[in-house]
Design a protein around this ligand. Structure first.
Ligand code: ZN
Length: 203
């Protein structure tokens, strides 16, 4: 199982971090060990002093493929949820400034959180997916898939140009504006529409 992530897929978030809006998807990966297993506590990593949440829509690949055309890509995912791409922002800024890879800041154990899965029907694919996250019961991020720079289908097509995609692979599709810091004791809850997908406490 592979975990793909899209960086800078919402213009308002690219701007808040001072990044240019990309011309093609920015893709990075997390290993399988990054996935927080359900009913496992999430611990603040000891190497980090500025932990950021990034709430994202996550889709799950349902068909093996390579060189998938955009017009066929909607057949390659069949489940969606909300997740968190946890980021050691202090470390990432340091690595970025040196032109080094991001893995230590993004791909560490348990840095990928996913909520419960919702089956995606073809009818659902025609409408935008709305999602949000609260921190200590206050809404901190709100997203709408129609504001993504690259759609799910464009992302799948782009990823599959470089990597085969396989059943069970996950794609974190990027975070909207409102990313921010969290500390030990914070409670984060993710919602798809009105439905709560996960609740997590930083320990
Ligand atoms: Zn992200």
């Amino acid at each position: 199982m592979k975990i793909f992530c899209v960086g800078r897929n919402y213009a308002d978030h690219a701007r808040e971090l001072g990044n240019a809006v990309p011309e093609e998807p920015v893709i990075f990966m997390k290993p399988k060990s990054a996935l927080l297993q359900s009913h496992t506590p999430f611990y603040y990593p000891e190497f980090c002093n500025e932990l950021h949440y990034e709430a994202e829509l996550v889709i799950r690949i349902s068909k093996n493929g390579k060189y998938i055309q955009e017009r066929h890509a909607s057949q390659y995912y069949n489940a969606i949820t909300v997740g968190i791409d946890f980021t050691a922002r202090d470390l990432q800024n340091d690595l970025k400034s040196k032109g080094l890879p991001w893995e230590k800041a993004k791909a560490w154990d348990n840095s990928a959180v996913v909520g419960q899965w919702v089956e995606v029907t073809p009818g659902m694919q025609k409408k935008p997916f709305l999602f949000s996250m609260t921190k200590n019961d206050q809404t901190v991020q709100q997203g709408d898939s129609s504001n993504m720079i690259f759609s799910f289908e464009q992302v799948i097509a782009n990823i599959s140009t470089y990597f085969s995609v396989n059943i069970g692979d996950l794609i974190f599709t990027g975070t909207p504006a409102g990313v921010g810091e969290c500390v030990v004791g914070d409670k984060l809850e993710g919602f798809l529409g009105e439905q709560r997908m996960f609740e997590l406490e930083v320990k």
